[in-house]
Design a protein around this ligand. Sequence first.
Ligand code: SF4
Ligand code: SF4
Length: 183
Amino acid sequence: MGVKKTKIIKSIKVDADKCMGCRACEVACSAFHATPKYSSNNPARSRIRVIRHPLEDIYVPVYAGEYTPSECMGRNTYKIEGKEYDECAFCRASCPSRDLFKEPDSGLPLKCDMCESVPELDEPLCVKWCMVDALIYEEREVEVDEDEEDVKMEEMEAGIESLVDKYGLQKVADILARKSQKS
Ligand code: SF4
Ligand code: SF4
């Protein structure tokens, strides 16, 4: 059996009933991830997006999850308490069927990183700026194998995979080869 270590799992619970669709979370997230930090804000760059249908009183905050190179084959429509939600409403994937969770200029996938930064924040910015507590930050400890793949590594792989899908393996390999010669 491998050696175990403790890992903190961070998560955000969404209470959609409390969300009023103000989009402060989108503004805060995009500002935090701007370069330099807080230099601009553009909800299209946010890693949380609020699905809004004001006439039907529907507001559902959704976090950007994994990148996927292809669309799924089957989709579901959800009807909850008389309200009908779009087929892709709750999906967190950055996928080719929609513009959600893609960097608008480059088309690269966006994924929530829980506002990782040094020094660490007390709580993610979207949680901090949600004034009605529709977003609740939680941490829990779990035991994992010591050699478990680093999350950062997985994110990097997803980024490279999307570049390969977009520009082709040869082009990406050529750029990496050029970079490695320079360094
Ligand atoms: S936790 Fe941070 S990165 Fe994730 S959606 Fe909220 S503000 Fe954006
Ligand atoms: S800040 Fe809170 S209330 Fe406003 S849209 Fe985001 S989740 Fe909803």
